[in-house]
Design a protein around this ligand. Structure first.
Ligand code: BGC
Length: 921
């Protein structure tokens, strides 16, 4: 694959506020970004020009431009803030970016658009409406099939009829709920969003969604409607037995505004107001944790069309504004992104079947029922695991995860709940009429629809399954917030889980907007003393956050800067970050974090050992302080940086004094203790080799088994490989005996388990009190698969992969590995293969970036590229000898490097360590 064909610089993936063609942008100065592609080595952008206009045609008419940046001599492609005319609400803006390459030749431009939402409070005419407790009671369904009353009142079916004087040229719906809603218009569902408006700290912010409804409205009579259920607003949340009413409100409510625009430029607005009505419908109850109960006999056909019969409706009540301000949804919403067919359907009794989807996943089931008489009650129960052929549901705790469908008597009926979600691989369908065929049962997978960013593959099928398990765990746990687990009565935005997994998450998907949005909830949860909470939104757990949990409030904004170049997220978080560090310092003047440690979980779910909690806490105190230093530098605040640099030095000394002995031993002697000390740069240089020796001995003494929990696991393989123990890192990765990733895979895991011992031959299931089979935390090794096994990383000072560090790491049983990653600037790739004593590396370096490629080889002088000596090849800027190989400096482009295979017994020690703390040195 020598560089050829297309020599030009091509712009692709233009986005506004990190999103592709967003409909409801809420920022006054949205930020524009694009990516670059070129086959040519050394290609780079030398200049750009952004032009913007209200109509696409006007982009060519300079007099109608709203913004013309002019030609800017700059290689920047990321997050350039709108600097044109002030933006108006509910308006579409088209923008184009032209680029010039490093020779001054024009590249291929790209064009896109974004639309503003309702930018000011005054744009809103809508009021909150909900059930009027004084109106007549809802109609009861026939029979005695009503669900458990603890699920709360039935969802609201809301409607409002209105006349449009003409067919609009453009119509938008802006809508939200206290609860979860499905908007309806003239008998159709509007859009494809699920569980909108998602979960935020509602007292501080409620997100609204924007929909293009131009094709759904018409001149004359129309009906705007919605179904609204309790959701996170007033349903069950977490393990709190009380419904969310305890946290937010007791009943759902709705707020919507339709803006129709006519050819003459005039507008007509239809908004929630006292003229809306409400009635019960087929969905008798719905709760995120419990399930959904539908009685098709109660369906009022055409209820959301002008033709519906008016009987049985009640006037709504107008409710107060008990919630925070309305804000435009800034990140990819939850959607159903795929269906998964049943791989097997087994009959377990008369009318009772268990369908297996072959994959632990998150979403719901779509069931087809044929020819049943009205009134047949079919139940769907969900489980992740089978025990003796039946569903194992003990680990769901109080979450019932049961959907019920009472048939309406149609020829063919479809059931798919929309206001609940379950974590499951198996569904048991009971009282199904006739033979259940696999085609009649389909799992529908839902999650925040973040764009896929990376793939990893290697020669070992077990590790490929591990990567698949990581990706599925991410998918299933990115539902409105980053959750710990999707199945039991928990599903909370636990901070440690999120910070530990964020590096891996951003390998697999573009999670920039998702985490930036969730960070607002993390910050909203911070108290006046500077303490974050363990979970965000901050419900259920009232204590100050624990070490490694609260630190997410510091780590994630830094990560958003490093990976995506999101300076704004860092700046907006910076006050909260320093407040958190100050909080710890204030209560721990001796700089050992022992007081105010909240629930101090330590290295949560470690196995057989206990890492001293004050050691872990103090290590994280140092790490957060260090990130504050780095962030202050990045934000141009040298005095602040100096203050925290001194603090960091003090914490490091306190750590050494308290926990490190003269022979390099770390108190407690656990793997995690050593990992924290090494990864966070807390040891004196002279003690590092000894500490690595103790760590390695600990791992070896257990026959290459780990003892790490949530915190330590993320550091395990990276630290060992970094310090010359690639052999051990791979031994752990390949390990199939308990405890290991391989152990769970050998026992059929298709997602990452919460606990290493979720199920063992010896003891069977772990306690059902806490045993999720879909928890992403221990999947934090994914970052290392991409960053080291395949080898895509960036240098310590690099932001948004401007300077790649490509570090393929042949080792273990692998004969090849390969990763691709859509970085913020363009696509990067690194892969390697060993054959016939040669190592071949393929690398793709996006335009405008450079790379350092470490070539592990026993013959550094013999490194070739494209079949010739590397040093004479175009794009190879320099070749340097390194510890056990060569270091190539590469310009952008595609490369095929080959060299004699490395000596397997002396794997290369990096010439440039990249782990954490070295960043400050
Ligand atoms: C959650 C974890 C969380 C932990 C804190 C568990 O119940 O599932 O993911 O981090 O509690 O101890």
């Amino acid at each position: 694959m020598t560089p050829t064909s297309d020599p030009s610089l091509l712009v692709y993936g233009p986005r506004t506020e990190q999103l592709h063609e967003p409909l409801g942008v809420g920022e006054q100065h949205p930020r524009l970004s694009w990516k670059l592609r070129s086959e040519r080595r050394g290609a780079a952008q030398s200049a750009y020009r952004i032009t913007a206009a209200e109509r696409a045609d006007d982009l060519d008419a300079s007099s109608r431009l709203l913004w013309d940046s002019g030609r800017r001599e700059s290689g920047e492609t990321l997050l350039i803030a709108w600097n044109g005319a002030a933006l108006r609400s509910a308006t579409r803006y088209h923008w184009r970016v032209e680029v010039w390459d490093e020779t001054g030749a024009p590249g291929t431009p790209a064009q896109t658009w974004f639309e503003t939402g309702l930018l000011t409070h005054d744009d809103w005419q809508a009021v909150w409406v909900g059930r009027d407790p004084h109106s007549a009671p809802p109609v009861e369904p026939p029979g005695d099939e009503d669900p458990d009353p603890s699920w709360g009142t039935p969802p609201l079916y809301l409607r409002r009829e209105f006349e449009l004087r003409d067919t609009p040229v453009r119509a938008r719906l802006y809508a939200t709920a206290r609860g979860v809603y499905e908007p309806r218009l003239n008998g159709s569902r509007v859009g494809d969003l699920e569980l909108a408006p998602g979960w935020t700290e509602y007292h501080r912010r409620v997100q609204y969604q924007s929909y293009d409804v131009t094709t759904l409205v018409r001149e004359g009579r129309n009906v705007l409607g919605a179904i609204v259920a309790h959701g996170w607003w007033s349903g069950h949340i977490g393990f709190d037995p009380r419904r969310a009413a305890h946290h937010y409100g007791s009943e759902p409510a709705y707020l919507a505004q339709l803006v129709a625009e006519f050819a003459d430029g005039s507008r007509q607005v239809v908004a929630t107001d006292p003229d809306w009505t409400e009635h019960p419908g087929a969905i008798r109850a719905a709760d995120l944790l419990m399930g959904q109960h539908v009685d098709a006999r109660c369906e009022i056909p055409g209820w959301d069309t002008p033709e519906a019969v008016a009987a049985g409706r009640y006037q709504v009540a107008v409710l107060d504004h008990a919630t925070g301000p309305l804000v435009a949804e800034p990140d990819p919403p939850v959607r159903v992104t795929r269906g998964v067919a049943a791989v097997a359907v087994r009959q377990r009794g008369p009318g009772r079947y268990i369908a297996d989807f072959g994959q632990n996943l998150v979403g719901r089931v779509r069931l087809t029922v044929r020819g049943a008489a009205a009134g047949r009650r079919i139940t769907l129960r969900h489980a992740e695991i089978l025990a003796d052929g039946d569903l194992y549901v003990d680990n769901l705790r109080r979450a019932r995860a049961i959907d019920t469908y009472v048939t309406g008597g149609g020829q063919v009926e479809f059931f798919e709940p929309q206001f609940t979600f379950h974590g499951f691989r198996y569904v048991e369908i009971d009282n199904y009429p006739g033979d259940l065929q696999p085609r009649d049962v389909m799992a529908r997978v839902l999650h925040n629809d973040v764009p896929r960013a990376g793939t990893f593959e290697c020669s070992d099928p077990m590790i490929n399954q591990l990567q698949s398990n990581i990706v599925w765990g991410q998918r299933g746990n990115f539902v409105a917030v980053p959750t710990d687990c999707p199945q039991r009565d928990e599903r909370l935005g636990w901070l440690a889980d999120a910070q530990i997994f964020a590096p891996t998450a951003s390998r697999n998907a573009d999670v920039s907007a998702f985490f930036a949005r969730w960070m607002r909830d993390v910050i909203d949860g911070q108290d006046t003393d500077g303490a974050f909470r363990d979970v965000a939104p901050a419900v259920t757990i009232d204590r100050e956050a624990a070490p490694a949990w609260g630190d997410a409030g510091v780590i994630i904004p830094w990560h958003l800067w490093r990976i995506y170049g999101d300076r704004r997220a860092l700046r907006r978080s910076f006050g909260a970050m320093t407040a958190w560090v100050d909080h710890i310092r204030r209560h721990n003047p001796d700089l050992r974090w022992r007081r105010r440690t909240g629930n101090s979980y330590g290295d949560w779910l470690q196995i057989d050992v206990t890492t001293p909690r004050d050691l872990l806490a103090t290590a994280y105190f140092a790490r957060s302080t260090e990130i504050v230093v780095l962030s202050a530098d990045a934000l141009g605040l040298p005095e602040v940086a100096a203050e925290y640099r001194a603090l960091h030095g003090g914490i490091r000394s306190a750590f050494i004094d308290s926990f490190v002995s003269a022979d390099g031993r770390v108190e407690g002697g656990t793997q995690t203790g050593y990992l924290l000390a090494l990864a966070f740069g807390l040891l004196p240089e002279s003690l590092i080799p000894a500490a690595v020796g103790h760590l390695a001995a600990e791992v070896e003494s257990r026959g290459a088994r780990l003892t790490t929990g949530f915190v330590g696991t993320a550091l395990l393989c990276p630290v060992l490989a970094e310090h010359g123990r690639t052999d051990l890192a791979y031994a752990l990765l390949h390990q199939e005996e308990f405890p290991s990733w391989g152990h769970s895979i050998r026992h059929g895991a298709t997602t990452i388990w919460e606990r290493w011992d979720g199920w063992t031959e010896q003891s069977g299931f772990q306690s059902a009190a806490m045993n999720s089979f879909n928890h992403y935390s221990l999947g934090s090794v994914g970052d290392w698969l991409f960053g080291r096994v395949a080898g895509i990383d960036q240098t310590p000072g690099s932001v948004a992969y401007r300077e790649l560090l490509l570090r393929p790491l042949p080792g273990g049983r692998l004969t090849w590995a390969r990763a691709e990653q859509e970085t913020a600037r363009g696509r990067a790739e690194c892969g390697w293969a060993l054959a016939d004593g040669r190592l071949t590396i393929t690398a793709v370096v996006p335009p405008g970036t450079t790379a350092l490629l470490e070539v592990p080889t026993s013959d550094p002088a013999g490194v070739r590229e494209g079949g010739e000596p590397a040093a004479i090849r175009p794009g190879v800027l320099a070749v340097e000898p390194a510890d056990a190989g060569a270091l190539l400096h590469l310009a952008s482009g595609h490369y095929v490097v080959s060299a004699a295979a490395p000596d397997t017994h002396t794997p290369p020690v990096s010439s440039r360590p990249v782990l954490f703390s070295r960043e400050t040195s």
